[in-house]
Design a binder for this molecule. Structure first.
Ligand code: MRU
Length: 361
């Protein structure tokens, strides 16, 4: 597989009234696309992480609503909209932390309401167009984010990344992983240390897969090896994605991100989080208000093992995300540039319209 084949791979697409998505739970061993048509199948695909990564979930949700809207029987607008909202709220209940899901569902909802006086076909076409626009905008945002991220890299750098913020988690390039592909293209010599990312192994199964296929030099490590690798001087920066950014710069990302940032700060290594503006929750003041998803216990004890690795009566706690305090971040890389602390001031400069809109809600 070439660099371009990885960065341009399409993991979510629409084929008529079918939502086609790569089943990420089967990687790296099996490449299988699923044809989804019902709300239940779509909910399950998000819940089970067949489609995952904050921007990819948003793109998926846009297409999902455009397709599901066409299944609603012909009726007056209020009856249509009642059913439309039921489906939208149902999809929104699949995973709570990544704000892209609710952000894109709200955006689609707005389009439905704006077109309430149009014909049914015109309304459905407006939803189709919005879903397509969400996808195209994500491609452009990921490219810009990757370019800004590249400006942070120099020859000889080692970078640690956590979870997966690559093409598979977005539309193209990825966010925190995007700079690695651009570095490869530009001939900047870097080495990526990939946290395996317990318990669902997004680093091992997805990130090391994508980087290896693209020819980006990388080494897989267990999450608890990060401190040693940093102490050995092999790491000059930490890059990870995000699922929701609060206005003060607190960042929710895959569980383990916060610990990694604390260790990096101990060694004086800069930590950058990467995300498009669709991942900034302008209405969320701090990380305290970000809902943290809790997942089933069997993901810790059983999944990926041949036999259970703890007694059945052993209790597990499985939060899927944590919040990295803004004080631990050197910067947040967005499509409009790198936000530096104090983040609320940088966001106000980079995203004045969104900040103003949030203030008026
Ligand atoms: O549970 P996941 O695999 O959906 O978690 C994903 C992450 O934490 C990513 O880092 C984040 O969504 C950014 S993807 C560009």
């Amino acid at each position: 597989m070439s660099l371009e084949a990885v960065t341009h791979a399409v993991n979510v697409r629409r084929e008529g009234n079918v939502l086609v998505t790569l089943d990420q739970t089967l990687l790296p061993n099996v490449t299988k696309y699923l044809d989804l048509t019902t709300a239940e199948e779509m909910w399950e695909a998000i819940y089970s992480l067949r489609v995952r990564g904050a921007p990819a979930i948003g793109i998926f949700a846009g297409y999902a609503m455009a397709i599901l809207a066409r299944q609603i029987p012909e009726s007056d607008f209020d009856t249509f909209y009642g059913e439309y909202r039921r489906l939208s709220d149902y999809l929104n209940s699949s995973r709570p932390t990544a704000v892209n899901l609710s952000c894109i569902l709200k955006r689609m909802d707005k389009v439905a309401l704006e077109n309430r006086d149009k014909s049914r076909e015109a309304l459905l076409e407006a939803l189709d167009a919005e879903a397509k626009a969400v996808h195209e905008e994500d491609i452009a945002m990921c490219r810009k984010i990757s370019e800004y991220g590249l400006s942070l890299l120099k020859n000889g750098d080692g970078i640690i990344t956590h979870c997966n913020a690559g093409p598979i988690a977005t539309s193209r390039y990825g966010t925190a992983q995007g700079p690695f592909y651009l570095a490869k293209e530009a001939g900047v010599d870097i080495h990526v240390f990939v946290d395996e990312t317990r318990p669902l192994l997004q680093g091992a199964r997805l990130t090391s897969y994508e980087l290896t296929k693209a020819g980006v030099p990388c080494t897989l490590i267990c999450d608890n090896m990060a401190s040693l690798v940093m102490k050995q001087g092999k790491v000059q920066a930490v890059f990870f994605g995000c699922d929701r950014i609060a206005r003060n710069g607190d960042v929710a990302n895959k569980i383990g991100s916060s610990g990694l940032a604390i260790i990096a700060n101990h060694y004086g290594i800069p930590v950058y989080s990467f995300g498009p503006s669709t991942t900034i929750d302008f209405q969320c003041p701090t990380g305290e208000q970000i809902p943290i998803e809790e997942r089933p216990q069997n993901e810790i004890k059983e999944l990926f093992y041949e036999k259970p690795m703890a007694l059945p009566e052993v209790a597990c706690y499985n939060p899927a995300f944590d919040v990295t305090d803004h004080s631990l971040l050197a910067g947040i890389v967005t499509e409009r540039g790198i936000a530096y602390p104090p983040f609320s001031e940088s966001f106000a400069k980079l995203f004045p319209e969104q900040m103003k809109e949030a203030d008026h809600v």
